[in-house]
Design a protein around this ligand. Structure first.
Ligand code: FAD
Ligand code: NAP
Length: 459
């Protein structure tokens, strides 16, 4: 299919959660040649909130459930298969003061007749004293990303919150911790019945009702969480090594403040029964405009509505420039493949990317090139986002540096030796010397610049 970069886009979709990908899928099948800005670090990660969960059990069509990152890989593949163009970056600014509307992305200006805002919502933090100190040293916002790290194995852990996310994370963490404490600020759970029942029936989970967190203690790593009771008096200290937040989300509307009507909590306001915002040609989809339902299926459904509304508006305004689909039926969708662990038989000293401890040992000892060691875990959504970016950097460097992927589940002892506290963690070595370490998703340019600096040094 021909997908030229037009001077003015028909439609730009901002956000790559279920709302964004569904909107793009519908717009692509309407031959509108949509451009989707996936997001990268600003308001969550590419793929959205489901990248930080394990099994999604209530998305129709998957009777046995599907892992959140796998579901998002499929939505992405489906949108791309039908011709959606992607920019894997954040929208840095959106200007709705005149038409065509303008977005700033990776230093370039993109003009578009219409927009679908599907920027979802970001996880909240408590913002109390000690939080920054213990962040990534016991406190985490993502049980699914960090739960498998060695520091939490067979330790007492806690989850704060009473919604579906908190319940799901508490159950997930019982796989790793010796006991999980669920800290709930009221006398009841907000979670759905099915999730609440699972928590209450699990002997490895202790629920602490009417409790708030007052502070933290520890020496370099979290050792205790002080709790207040419903009257605000100090109640007890939980001796936990890990604390996972699941205290709700805030809509990602910072870029639109003052330009579109928002409610008191920052959600985009739409016209009743329609995805139309307060500005012509600008539509909202998903959690960013939904303080009530906030489900993957409702987000996807509203993405569909927004795309159909945009398509109708573009043709009424006589603005749509449609593309011709050649061939009529697109080729099959491509899904990402897992990296298999390299063995002695298939090890390749020149390969750009390999997996497992054998490849690590060989390259660490024998290679003179910069080496990226990437610590991942199977359910880590941010790893899903970051790995292709790292592979892209290595491709761009044309073999001057190499990468090895270590799965924390299968090689925990390597992660312990390396002092890894969560995934993704990336360590950059040159001739056995650790040069740099990153925790969490980073910009591609940051990693590339660090490798290039080593290459210049080595010359
Ligand atoms: P999101 O999924 O939040 O995606 C927003 C997108 O916008 C992201 O890609 C982000 O990168 C992007 N973005 C943000 N800012 C920018 C920017 N400046 N530029 C470009 N892009 C930007 N729902 C269910 O139905 N079933 C479940 O089992 C379930 N489990 C969940 C588990 C957890 C842990 C959480 C947190 C939520 C869960 N939900 C579940 C809720 C569900 O994930 C959300 O309702 C859904 O993801 C909302 O989709 P969305 O597309 O509106 O937004
Ligand atoms: P949520 O439903 O907004 O729940 C947030 C929880 O955190 C509430 O229990 C809230 O307490 C508590 N909380 C908020 N601020 C707090 C604070 N400062 N201190 C202590 N506790 C605090 O958020 P969520 O659980 O992330 O779920 C978001 C949406 O995603 C929901 O629509 C949910 O159904 C959906 N989801 C679905 C699934 C699933 O279907 N399996 C899984 C995860 C999420 P109060 O109850 O007192 O307000």
């Amino acid at each position: 299919m021909v997908t030229p970069q037009p001077a003015i886009e028909n439609l730009v979709v901002v956000g790559s959660g279920p709302a964004g990908y569904t909107a793009a899928l519908y717009a692509a099948r309407a031959n509108l040649n949509p451009l989707l800005i996936t997001g990268y670090q600003d308001g969550g990660i590419a793929g959205g909130q489901l990248m930080t969960t394990t099994h999604v059990e209530n998305f129709p069509g998957f009777p046995d459930g599907i892992l959140g990152p796998d579901l998002m890989d499929r939505m992405k593949a489906q949108a791309v298969r039908w011709g959606t163009r992607l920019i894997e970056a954040d929208a840095e600014a959106i200007d709705l003061s005149q038409r065509p509307y303008r977005l700033q992305v990776e230093g370039q200006t993109i003009n578009s007749h219409s927009l679908i805002i599907a920027t979802g919502a970001s996880a909240n933090r408590l913002q109390i004293a000690g939080e920054d100190h213990f962040w990534n040293k016991g406190i985490s916002a993502c049980a699914i990303c960090d739960g498998a790290t060695p520091q939490f194995r067979n330790e007492q852990l806690a989850v704060l919150g009473g919604g579906d996310s908190a319940c799901e994370e508490a159950v997930y963490l019982t796989k790793y911790g010796s006991q999980v404490h669920l800290i709930v600020r009221r006398q009841e759970l907000r979670a759905s019945r099915a999730m609440a029942d699972r928590v209450l029936a699990n002997p490895q989970i202790t629920v602490h009702w009417n409790r708030q967190i007052a502070g933290f203690s520890g020496n370099g790593w979290l050792e205790g969480v002080q709790l207040l009771n419903g009257e605000g008096a100090v109640a007890e200290t939980l001796a936990v090594r890990g604390l996972f937040y699941a205290i709700g989300h805030t809509p990602n509307t910072r870029l639109l403040r003052g330009q579109l009507e928002l409610d008191g909590n920052g959600y985009l306001l739409t016209q009743p029964g329609s995805p139309a915002t307060s500005r012509e040609g600008v539509y909202a989809a998903g959690d960013v405009a939904d303080p009530h339902w906030r489900q993957a299926i409702t987000a996807a459904a509203s993405g569909c509505q927004a795309a159909l509304a945009a398509e109708r508006w573009l043709s009424e305004q006589n603005l749509a420039v449609t593309v011709e689909r050649q061939p009529v039926d697109p080729v099959a969708a491509e899904l990402p493949k897992e990296t298999a662990n390299t063995t002695e038989t298939d090890f390749d000293a020149e390969a750009l990317w390999q997996g497992g401890s054998y490849a690590l040992r060989k390259l660490y000892h024998d290679s003179s090139k910069p080496l990226l060691v990437v610590y991942t875990s199977p359910s880590c959504g941010p790893c899903h986002v970051f790995k292709p970016q790292l592979k892209r950097v290595l491709n761009e460097l044309e073999g001057a540096a190499q990468g090895v992927e270590i799965n924390l589940e299968t090689d925990p002892e390597i992660a312990t030796q390396a002092g890894v506290t969560g995934t993704p963690t990336v360590q950059l070595f040159l001739q056995k010397e650790l040069k740099q370490q990153w925790r969490g998703v980073q910009q591609r340019s940051t990693v590339k610049a660090a490798i290039e600096a080593l290459l210049t040094q080595a010359v």
